[in-house]
Design a protein around this ligand. Sequence first.
Ligand SMILES: NC(=O)C1=CN([C@@H]2O[C@H](COP(=O)(O)OP(=O)(O)OC[C@H]3O[C@@H](n4cnc5c(N)ncnc54)[C@H](O)[C@@H]3O)[C@@H](O)[C@H]2O)[C@@H](O)CC1
Ligand SMILES: Nc1ncnc2c1ncn2[C@@H]1O[C@H](COP(=O)(O)OP(=O)(O)O)[C@@H](O)[C@H]1O
Length: 497
Amino acid sequence: MQTLLTSTQMRLADEFTIANKPIASIDLMETAARAFVKVFLRNEFDTNKSVAIFCGKGNNGGDGLAIAHLLLNNGYENIKVYVINFSKKKSADFAINLQRLDESRCKKVVIDRATDFKNIKADIIIDAILGSGLNKALEGEYAELVKQINNLNKKVYSVDVPTGFFAEGRLTADYNGIVAYKTICFQRPKISFFFPESKLATKSYEVVEIGLDEDFVQKQESEFYLVEKKDIEKILKPRENFSHKGTYGHALIIAGNSNTMGAALLSSMACLHTGAGLTTACIPQSGLIALNATLPEVMALPRDEYTRIENPTKYQAIAIGPGLGISAEHERLLESLFAANLPLIIDADALNILSERPDLIEKIPEQSILTPHMKEFDRLFGEHSNWWDRLQTAKNQSVRLKIVIVLKNQYTFVCSPNGKVYINPTGNPAMAQGGMGDVLTGIIAAFVAQKYSSLNAAILACFVHGQTGDQLADDKFVVTASQVAKEISGVIKTMVP
Ligand SMILES: NC(=O)C1=CN([C@@H]2O[C@H](COP(=O)(O)OP(=O)(O)OC[C@H]3O[C@@H](n4cnc5c(N)ncnc54)[C@H](O)[C@@H]3O)[C@@H](O)[C@H]2O)[C@@H](O)CC1
Ligand SMILES: Nc1ncnc2c1ncn2[C@@H]1O[C@H](COP(=O)(O)OP(=O)(O)O)[C@@H](O)[C@H]1O
């Protein structure tokens, strides 16, 4: 897992590295600039293009000056640096790099006021005005200048973080910072990049190593971790010799209704392909023919209004919700399952039932896994106007109720009862189609059945679900839920030891 750092912690990492490694501050800046330029050149190889580099007077601006120098040395002839002189304060490394630049052939313009800004003809803009040192939203001259830069509608590359964008904390819809085409950020992604609101600030981002002390970075106390493939490879267990269906658990999927039988089929299919030893679908009578015809390996437990799960302990995993429908019977069914006090996987309509019965929320069995998307989450725990606040609530509720909350989005947040948030990096917009969540629920159920802890099952499921979607999206515009369900086993195979 990559530990994600706040801006303050990044600064500490910077200081620690300078104090403990044989590298001076100015050389660290040079390394960062080199790392930026490497990615920039990979994206922009036409050195005839003109580049305008906007540099503030802090270290972000210092990076910008070093980048100007490096681009000149890499064949870019048409480089112009705009020094944003809105404040007297300047960082020591900025000053060193400015002197180096003054001694070079690089063209430089000083902008004392936003009104000095003339229409700039450059093909590409590099934004190094303010970085992670941002301490308040842009206003005055900075806001005006950034507005004018955005109005140029040029391709903007931001250094480390788009000017005016908070690297962590609450993001609001009235963002007035730089709108970047790409942000090339240092050592770790910014926590804010995982929130949907970040699309207002940058279309994409890429992380580059700049030589900060990795050990120090990794050991920082953090609430946020980014899951990596190597973590999944560590958690996944191989299928053992002499194992049999009993080894891999029995999963029960309580799902489906007359118009939403597909949800039950998709969940069951995903559960099957993720390796549960046995899968039983608890569906209405009307779905039995479809189940038998499409998923002969899955057993059926016909569901009617009187259904109770007689002996829930015979299942190693019970998922409830996909396409279930909301009714008094289903409410009673959920309540009876809660009474058995076994961890459940709770999705879709089971979540919607809970949002109408807040008293039941208090009875969710510990170690259960809830898989809400944004709307389901807000119905359960109240409206949120931004993702940061929503995530804080998810974290708090996970700790309070001792459950795992899988808050779904492009980057899904897995919130654990220990207060940590594990961010899933896989998945893509080709997966934005109905049924995809039902598949995730089936995958989680299969991992729980195979005796992974609730937290590990959620982390594993989100990763392989997204990874399967990513692989399928290589040559597809859209990826369907059944395609993901069917391919999951192949993807797990590539990651299992
Ligand atoms: N932390 C690291 O590991 C490294 C950081 N580097 C660079 O250093 C940057 C951070 O540099 P600094 O800490 O000097 O900070 P910045 O360069 O982001 O900004 C510094 C100045 O801007 C002022 N400021 C902040 N918000 C403002 C606002 N809304 N309006 C007007 N003025 C505002 C601050 O008071 C401060 O004087 C990073 O983004 C990165 O580009 C790299 O040089 C190398 C390593
Ligand atoms: N743009 C996207 N990028 C990555 N994953 C996505 C994207 N859109 C949807 N997904 C994934 O698909 C699933 C959708 O879940 P959900 O909204 O509950 O779907 P449904 O209820 O239709 O089954 C989630 O796991 C989510 O992470």
